[in-house]
Design a protein around this ligand. Structure first.
Ligand SMILES: [Zn+2]
Length: 437
């Protein structure tokens, strides 16, 4: 493998330094052989630990026309992600050791990012019976996070049992908080806009009532709970309250909920149809503040590719979801521009915190001895987001045509430069052996 000296990068926004990479690890620069080292001139670029996405839909197995583990892995690398957590709503559902091992293997053979499968909480995402959580945890995929994402685990007894089960191996349940009875047939946020457009609304209380219930359950059980894609100001209040009580709850926000509002539904462009729905200005402001003050721990993309057939139809028939790994960092920087939120904070919410929560041990650090999972960012590369140029199969990116400043330029994945000056290169040469475990 090539060794690298990344020269003069602004490390975590704290000042220029060199980063040396040898045999896939970050080492002291003196340990490099000058004759066998490639120099990367990173003057003017910011170096962060490789990004970690807690919430990605890679669609394989079963929906390969929308995305595959390979195309999703390439999209991740292009967006600066060295680790992604692949949600379980595939076909078949990732609810057995066999399916999570299959996804894990596909990730390894793709070789562009670490693919960590998320196991389903219930068999078939049906909300009736717990899936084989222990077997998935003990499998080669070493699953630690479980979620029925896309669907809420609405039965409180099942949720309690799931929290109890994962506690035995320090696992975590990631909840898609959506009370199903309160959202039957819902098409957008319940608001003045939904009333005006005559679309069935999706009230904030449907999200908030599940969060309130689940933080109390997590407290009662003494287990870890993660709230996926928080979208309302009221949810933020509840999470702040739960953290003050000492409940082991973490929370996530998507780039789109930090940036877009339900006013966009007036266009009836299905690219803006998403679950949970785009909310109001008041919600967006509350989410930004919560990300800045640490109430919300992480940004997760909820990258959700769909084929044109499923996405490009009239509003009520269109699938819900947006892609976003390749625009995530640029959008987070833009959304947080009015806050005291530097690149150190970007690293915290997009790398260090998600790696800590999910136990992705090879990620989230630029310390000497850490695995060389590194992203370089040009903080002043003004450009227009162009989904047609992205590596994902999904074209349903709501930020098409938006002008942003920061741009991911390089991604080092376990020491291999999978993205070089904005262009994807080759998979990691070590194939299936690139991690420690
Ligand atoms: Zn979800």
């Amino acid at each position: 493998m090539t060794d690298y000296l990344i020269r003069g990068a602004d490390v975590l926004g704290r000042g220029a330094a060199d980063i040396a990479v040898r045999d896939g690890r970050i080492v002291e620069p003196e340990l490099l052989d000058p004759d066998a080292t490639e120099i990367v001139d990173a003057a003017g670029l910011v170096a962060l630990p490789g990004l970690v996405d807690m919430h990605t839909h890679l669609r394989e197995p079963g929906k390969e026309d929308a995305e595959t583990v390979l195309t999703g892995s390439r999209s991740a690398a292009a967006g600066g992600f060295t680790c992604v957590h692949a949600m379980a709503n595939t076909a078949p559902v990732a609810d057995t050791a066999g399916v999570v091992e299959q996804v894990h293997r596909l990730g390894r053979s793709a070789g562009f990012t670490e693919v960590v499968p998320v196991g389903a909480v219930t068999i078939g995402l049906e909300g009736r019976q717990l899936a084989e959580l222990g077997a998935m945890a003990r499998s080669a995929a070493r699953v630690r996070m479980f979620s029925d994402d896309g669907i809420c685990v609405s039965d409180p007894l099942l949720m309690r049992r799931a929290l109890e089960y994962v506690k035995t191996f320090d696992g975590i349940i990631a909840q898609h908080a959506q009370e199903p009875r309160l959202t039957e047939g819902a098409q957008m946020n319940e608001s003045a806009v939904s009333a005006e457009l005559g679309l069935p609304g999706w009230p904030a209380v449907a999200e908030e009532s599940i969060i309130a219930r689940d933080v109390l359950l997590a407290e009662h059980v003494g287990s870890r709970l993660h709230i996926c894609h928080v979208s309302t100001a009221g949810s933020v209040d509840l999470i702040r309250w739960a953290k003050a009580r000492g409940v082991a709850v973490t929370a996530e926000v998507t780039p789109h909920h930090l940036m877009l509002t339900d006013e966009l539904v007036r266009t009836f462009d299905p690219v803006y149809k998403v679950n949970p729905p785009l909310r109001t200005d008041v919600d967006v402001t509350a989410l930004r503040k919560a990300l800045a003050d640490g109430t919300i721990d992480v940004v997760g993309t909820d990258h959700a590719p769909h084929t044109a057939e499923h996405k490009c139809s009239e509003w009520t028939a269109a699938a819900m979801g947006m892609v976003g790994m390749e625009s995530a960092l640029s959008i987070v920087v833009a959304a947080m521009a009015d806050y005291d939120f530097g690149f150190g904070d970007v690293a915290r919410v997009m790398s260090t915190a998600p790696a800590r929560i999910t136990g992705a041990s090879g990620h989230g650090s630029l310390e000497i001895g850490a695995s060389a999972n590194i992203v370089l960012v040009d903080p002043s590369a003004a450009h227009t987001i162009d989904p047609a140029a992205h590596a994902t199969k999904g074209r349903n990116n709501p930020f098409a045509g938006v002008e942003v400043t920061a741009q991911v330029t390089d991604t080092f994945f376990y020491g291999h430069r999978v993205l070089a000056a904005g262009a994807l290169t080759t998979p990691h040469p070590a194939g299936a052996t690139w991690t420690d475990h």
